[in-house]
Ligand binder design. Sequence first.
Ligand code: ADP
Length: 428
Amino acid sequence: MTVLLGCIADDFTGATDLAGMLVKAGMRTVQMIGIPQEPIGNDVDAVVIALKSRTVPTAAAVAESLAALRWLQQAGCRQFYFKYCSTFDSTAKGNIGPVAEALLSALGSAFTIACPAFPANGRTIYKGHLFVGDLLLSDSGMRHHPLTPMTDANLVRVLQAQIRGKAGLLDYAVVRQGEAAIRARFKALEAEGCNIAVVDALSNNDLMSIGAACADMPLVTAGSGIALGLPQNFRRAGVLADDRVADVLPPTGGLRAVISGSCSLATQGQVAAMQAVHPSFRIDPLELARDSSRVSAALDWSASRIHDGPLLFYATATPESVKTAQAQLGTAQAGRLVEEALAAIARGLLAQGVGQLIVAGGETSGAVVSALGITGLRIGPEIDPGVPWTVAITRESGERPLALALKSGNFGTPDFFLKAWSRLSESL
Ligand code: ADP
């Protein structure tokens, strides 16, 4: 059994988004953080390699993407997917165009599509122009993005400025006619010398037709929307079971804890809801700066309670208290102290037998994932939109499996930390 679909995402959250889509569409998916050093299990239908290549220099983005492609080729993938943001986030030079061209040529292929459309999130493409809700991309907030300001909604023009070859357009008039017409137009565009065609799409139905028409295309480049339409191709080819349940995780067991370094509004409510029911331990940057034994104090506190039910460790604080800490320590130092402490607590908790861990906060999650030596995540059932349970993949095999939910700041309902556990046991 080999992997069917090999994906390269230009950032971490984009990778998570795509992995979630693939799981929902019935493909068992793992998300790897950077290019894997080790082979992955043999019960995987899709791999998403998360790079950080969106805004790095173009040569580096191309080199990393090609290295990811080589790994995916070795894993036996039948088709490759370059995933970028649904607002086509790129600079004047790239990196979407140059990476797409480099992948095409490495695959010995002459033609691919570019389709960031994600109608469910209001991203549609008409006559090559990308809309964000009711606005052209260039009139949306994206025009002020600090790293990738998007000031032109005409994706054919944006793409053409980034590539050596010829950008083209597959117009909605063709897309609406469905799969066969789209396929025929792919051929015609390729014959005209176009190597990347922006494809119009207004609805999920369009994404399904486009996806079906891409069945034999070695490389697809898109946002996560097109992922809706690809699994059906593998089913039709008889290599993906119709009834596959893709979000089942291996059983993890173990004790339960929540670590929260997010100060976002949603997390504040979630912390309060958990505190009302379970014991909690507060981590404060000013205390950390004064007292180097706070982490061991937290772990001592935990050792005597963790067997009785979930515990919460939180640095989550009100904006005023964050400001006070930042004024005294500096913003970076306050953040670093908290992240290091929470990461060390995570390590200690695993040693105490925690096998089910929720981490709140994007940066906090990054710190915990790296402190635990996690190289990838097997994607499981969704707790709330955009936040799945996962099982961690680490370099050292043979360790106790760890169920991990990484929640970015503003995600999740107020009872997230309370309800998440049952979602996990349902899947066992
Ligand atoms: P979110 O996803 O909500 O943005 P992050 O973890 O990405 O959460 O970012 C929160 C940042 O704030 C982290 O760097 C964290 O270390 C820092 N932080 C958390 N609590 C405090 C606090 N009480 N005082 C100062 N900084 C804090």
